[in-house]
Design a protein around this ligand. Structure first.
Ligand SMILES: [Zn+2]
Length: 278
């Protein structure tokens, strides 16, 4: 076992994503707590899109609280929410996501602008989730200092447990993740990093806020984490997007694939799956 930088990442026999073969029939769903959480795993999303997997993205919260008053006029919550949706639509266009595959939930929020964990919000997540029936779900890890990430994870977990079919969650590392395992990673180089930086900079309000408050942009903030992740998990590439796997109604990838038709199941993963608690 190797311990990651500041113990954020625990890496024990992590698998590169490229060693796994995903049948195209597996539907992917990104449950982004905020606009820009999709982009933080953009290279993995591009890899899987090029593999031919149908991809759906839903953004849970408006993200209005992340916009500085100086960035828009008038600086109301509604104007800020619309702005962040425009930024997400622009980044998804650049990515090549069909517009119909992007949804905004605008869940009820608390006074600080974080989505609430309540029955109405959980229902909204459940309805959309069950209409897509994804086999693989991507979202930020729940062990995070950000209340929005924690609550969206908690609502997702409830929905996934009750879904009634096997699925796997890929819980990604975020700058505010406290601690997680690295079960699967996607290593990448400078060319993909430049593309990802461009994707992230479509979130202009967040890029500017990072420049104002942290002295570096949104792109550098995320790519720094990816550099640390690659180092902590001894990845043979300068950057890595890393994931902890959580299975629901399944204990390994084989169970997920068993839910597919016999034809698509033949295209099974090369590495024989990944145990839930390895
Ligand atoms: Zn977020």
């Amino acid at each position: 076992m190797c311990r990651g930088i500041m113990d954020t990442l625990i890496s024990n026999n992590s698998l590169p994503l490229q060693t796994l073969t995903f049948p195209k029939a597996l539907r992917l769903f990104v449950l982004a707590p905020h606009p820009d959480d999709f982009d933080a795993i953009g290279v993995t999303m591009r890899f899987l899109r090029e593999n031919g997997n149908p991809l759906y993205v839903a953004v849970a919260a408006s993200g209005a609280s992340g916009v500085e008053d100086t960035f828009c006029s008038p600086p109301t919550a509604e104007v800020k929410a619309k702005l962040r949706e425009q930024e997400q639509r622009a980044s998804c266009r650049f990515f090549g996501l069909p517009e119909a595959h992007l949804a905004f939930f605008r869940l009820e929020e608390d006074e600080a602008g974080h989505p609430l964990e309540n029955e109405a919000n959980t229902d909204r997540v459940r309805q959309h989730f069950l209409s897509k029936r994804p086999a693989m779900v991507f979202l930020p890890h729940g062990h995070d200092t950000n209340p929005g990430h924690r609550r969206v994870y908690a609502m997702f977990r409830q929905v996934a447990r009750e879904a009634g079919y096997p699925l796997v969650a890929f819980l990604n590392r975020d700058p505010k993740t406290i601690r997680m395992r690295c079960d699967v990673y996607l290593g990448f180089g400078e060319e993909e990093a430049a593309w990802k930086g461009e994707l992230l900079r479509f979130h202009r309000s967040q890029h500017q806020r990072n420049l104002n408050q942290r002295g570096h942009g949104m792109d550098e903030r995320i790519l720094r984490v990816d550099r640390q992740s690659a180092e902590a998990c001894s990845v043979d590439a300068p950057y890595a997007e890393v994931f902890e796997l959580e299975f629901f109604g399944a204990s390994e990838f084989g169970d997920i694939l068993a839910g597919l038709s016999p034809q698509t199941s033949c295209d099974i993963m090369g590495a024989g799956g990944k145990e839930a608690n390895s």
